[in-house]
Design a protein around this ligand. Structure first.
Ligand SMILES: *Cc1c(COP(=O)(O)O)cnc(C)c1O
Length: 367
C-alpha cells in the first residue's frame, strides 16, 4: 500500500502499512493465537439473550465507567482486586494505547526487549513516544542485567514486558519483575495476554501488584478466554493509575454491546476456559514433535510454539499455506510461529510441514 501524495498524513506515518497478520480463508488457521474452541451453546444462548434485553436500551449511552464489567473482571482476577483497580477497553491493544497516551508522548520514552510483541513500537509511534528496543538473550530469555543497564541509561517512562512473551513464549520470573520494578523510574507494564496458558508453578505479576504502585498488569479475553471477537482487554493497577487512564479514554469507549456480551461471557468463565488444559497439553505435544523432527523450539507458556530455523522461512510458510495451513511468519529471522489448535488441526499442520520440508526445492534452500 502506498498512499497518494495528496493524502496529508503525518510525514512520519507515511511509510507504514496497517498492522495485522493476513486474514485468509483457509481450512486450518493457526496464525493469531485464537482459542480454537468457541463458546458453548449454553454460553452463546446467554450472550444472545443478554443482548436481546440490552437491545431495547441502545438509544442510551453505555455506562461510561463500565462498573459492572470491571467488577466482574476484578472477581475473575482475584488477588483481592476491586473494580476501581481494574480498567477495560476494546482489546488490550486499546488498553496499551491508552497507557502510552497518558504516560508516554512527546519528550517521553518507552522501552521493551526484542523479540517481543510487534505492536509495542506502533503504540509508541502513534503517540510520539521515543522508542527504545533492548534485546533479549540469544536464546530469547529475558536478560535481567541487560534490561537493568538499559533502564539505567534510558530512564524510560514506560517499560513494556510481555509474559509469557509473544512470539517466543517464555515467562518472566517474579524476581525479574521485581528487579525491573525496583529499577524503572516510571510505569512497568506486564502484558499477560497469555497468562492462563502458563505452565504450573509459573507466577503472575498480579501477586506482586500490591508492592509496586507503578506496576500495571494487562490481560485480555482474546486468547485463553476464547473471546477474540468480543474485543475486550483489561488491566489491574493502582486505582490512581486507572484514574490517569480515564483522562485519555474516549467517553463511552466500551459500547453497551461490548459490555453486555463480555459480562455474559464472564458469567460462563469456567466453560470459556474449559479447554485451556487441553490446549496446554496439545502445545507440549506439538513442541515435542517439532523437537523430534530436529527443529529448534522455544519452551512456551502460551498457546503457540516458535520453531525454526529455516534459511527461507517464507517458502515454508507459503508451502504450508498452499496446503491450507496458515501459520505466522513473525519473530526473529528464520523462525515461524504456530498457534495451538485442535488435535485435528495440529495433525494437519504436522502432515503439511512434513510434506513441505520434503519437497525438493525447500529441502535445498533450507539445507
Ligand atoms: C494477542 C496479544 C494481545 C492482545 O490483543 P487484544 O487487543 O486484547 O486482542 C496483547 N499482547 C500480546 C503480547 C498479544 O499477543
Amino acid at each position: 500500500m502506498t498512499l497518494p501524495e495528496w493524502v496529508p498524513i503525518r510525514d512520519d506515518l507515511r511509510p507504514y502499512e496497517p498492522y495485522g497478520a493476513p486474514q485468509l480463508d483457509v481450512p486450518v488457521q493457526l496464525n493469531v493465537n485464537e482459542n480454537p474452541y468457541g463458546p458453548s451453546k449454553a454460553t452463546a444462548d446467554d450472550i444472545a439473550e443478554s443482548l436481546r434485553a440490552a437491545a431495547t436500551e441502545l438509544n442510551r449511552y453505555p455506562d461510561r465507567e463500565a462498573w459492572a464489567l470491571r467488577e466482574a473482571l476484578a472477581d475473575y482476577l482475584g488477588h483481592g482486586l476491586a473494580a476501581d483497580a481494574v480498567w477495560a477497553a476494546n482489546g488490550s491493544n486499546e488498553v496499551m494505547q491508552q497507557i502510552l497516551q497518558a504516560f508516554g508522548g512527546p519528550g517521553r520514552t518507552a522501552a521493551s526487549f526484542m523479540p517481543t510483541y510487534s505492536m509495542y513500537p506502533e503504540y509508541a509511534r502513534n503517540t510520539h513516544t521515543r522508542w527504545i528496543a533492548g534485546r533479549r538473550a540469544d536464546d530469547f530469555a529475558f536478560d535481567v542485567d541487560a534490561a537493568l543497564a538499559l533502564i539505567a541509561d534510558e530512564q524510560p517512562d514506560v517499560v513494556l514486558l510481555a509474559s509469557p512473551n509473544n512470539p517466543t513464549g517464555e515467562s518472566l520470573t517474579l524476581d525479574a519483575v521485581r528487579a525491573v520494578c525496583d529499577a524503572a523510574p516510571g510505569l512497568v507494564v506486564l502484558d499477560e495476554a497469555y497468562a492462563e496458558f502458563r505452565r504450573p508453578g509459573t507466577p503472575t505479576a498480579l501477586s506482586v501488584l500490591a508492592d509496586y504502585p507503578r506496576l500495571v498488569v494487562t490481560r485480555t479475553m482474546s486468547k485463553a478466554f476464547a473471546f477474540a471477537g468480543g474485543r475486550l482487554g483489561y488491566l489491574a493497577a493502582d486505582p490512581a493509575i486507572v484514574d490517569a487512564l480515564r483522562i485519555v479514554r474516549l467517553p463511552y469507549h466500551l459500547s453497551t454491546v461490548t459490555q453486555t456480551v463480555a459480562l455474559a461471557a464472564l458469567r460462563h468463565a469456567d466453560e470459556m476456559l474449559a479447554r485451556v488444559a487441553d490446549l496446554r497439553a496439545t502445545r507440549d505435544e506439538t513442541a515435542a514433535w517439532l523437537r523430534a523432527q530436529g527443529h529448534d523450539v522455544v519452551d512456551s507458556d502460551a498457546n503457540f510454539v516458535l520453531f525454526g530455523t529455516f534459511a527461507d522461512r517464507h517458502a515454508v510458510w507459503q508451502g504450508l499455506l498452499d496446503k491450507g495451513v496458515l501459520i505466522r511468519e513473525t519473530g526473529p529471522d528464520g523462525w515461524l510461529r504456530v498457534s495451538v489448535g485442535t488435535p485435528e488441526e495440529m495433525a494437519a499442520f504436522r502432515d503439511a510441514l512434513t510434506a513441505v520440508l520434503e519437497s525438493p526445492s525447500i529441502r535445498q534452500e533450507n539445507a
